[in-house]
Design a protein around this ligand. Structure first.
Ligand SMILES: [Zn+2]
Length: 309
């Protein structure tokens, strides 16, 4: 009798042994039918996103999203990332000092990387005796609206290109006559619009820059090659390098590409001139990332040989 009962008691005892408690406070299972609360956001070290370049006003920064990222966000807005995790983000010329990168992981975790955006000392010149320009005429406003529509349309193309992954090159060499971000303050403290690109003009002692080829700084797709000079930009070529990164080459003397062309890094898009609003021959190189204007110098560094204004 005793020998039969013992195994039964042992089985009952085994079934009663509680499992090891999970670490942390015990949470009751969620009621059936209700969604499970997501885990709290987790602040992660910077190397989780492998950022290249310093977050700074007007700069473009490259990074790699952690493996398992389902959704990448910059300040709450989705950012495109490639299958290898690579992405680019741009900071506005007047960006505030804080930004936030977040990766929503496939397992539901939310990884956060708070960033400090360094300020940049922009070139501001006070011209207290100069009046700001006059109000444009209705005819000009009508023409301008159509030009802006074409520019916006080109930015919205989102061409398929891997140019954004390349190390960018200078489209021309010379003297930087106006820096990105520079701004004039006119009579009465009125602020003019800031300069949205880099101006490359003739180097001291060099021959006229007119007719010099303007080269594509990276691979891309031509999303706009204007058929006539625009009021401000003159003959304008816009190159989409992919992932929201677009170059604009302005004031060209001649255009040598057509909308829809694929272009390689270093291939000419046209020749430098002074069409549109320009006081002398120069190449204006503007860059935008998803419409945010960025300083081309953050991609190419200093002009070889100085090139200071
Ligand atoms: Zn310019």
């Amino acid at each position: 009798m005793r020998s039969l009962l013992a195994p039964v008691l042992l089985l009952a005892a085994t079934a009663c042994i509680p499992r090891a408690a999970p670490p942390g406070p015990a949470t009751p299972p969620p009621p059936v039918g209700l969604p499970v609360a997501p885990p709290p956001p987790q602040i992660v070290p910077a190397d989780m996103f492998k950022l290249h370049g310093r977050p700074e006003q007007g700069a473009l920064v490259e990074g790699t999203a952690p493996i398992g990222t389902a959704l990448l966000l910059l300040d709450g807005k989705p950012v495109r990332f490639a299958t290898d995790g690579r992405f680019i983000i741009g900071f506005d010329r007047d960006s505030g000092p804080a930004a936030l990168i977040e990766a929503r992981m496939q397992d539901g975790r939310l990884l956060r990387l708070p960033l400090t955006v360094a300020p940049h000392a922009w070139d501001i010149s006070e011209l207290p005796t100069l009046q700001r320009g006059t109000t444009p005429s209705p005819t000009y406003q009508r023409i301008r609206a159509e030009e802006l529509r074409q520019i916006e349309g080109a930015r919205a193309v989102n061409a398929d290109s891997d140019g954004w992954r390349q190390r960018f090159r200078w489209p021309a060499y010379g003297r930087i006559s106006t820096l990105f971000g520079s701004q004039r303050i006119y009579a009465g403290g009125q602020r003019g619009a800031y300069h949205g690109g880099l101006d490359i003009a003739k180097a001291v002692g060099a021959k006229d820059i007119t007719g010099t080829p303007a080269l594509s700084p990276a691979d891309g797709v031509i999303v706009l090659a204007t058929d006539r000079p625009f009021s401000l930009e003159g003959n304008l070529v816009m190159i989409d390098h992919g992932f929201g990164l677009v170059s604009a080459m302005m004031h060209l003397q001649r255009i040598q590409v057509r909308t829809g062309d694929r272009i390689r890094q270093g291939q000419p898009v046209g020749t430098i001139g002074m069409t549109g609003r320009a006081t002398g021959p120069h190449l204006h190189w503007g860059m935008t990332w998803n419409g945010v204007r960025i300083d081309p110098m953050s991609l190419v560094g200093q002009m070889p040989g100085g090139g200071t204004p």
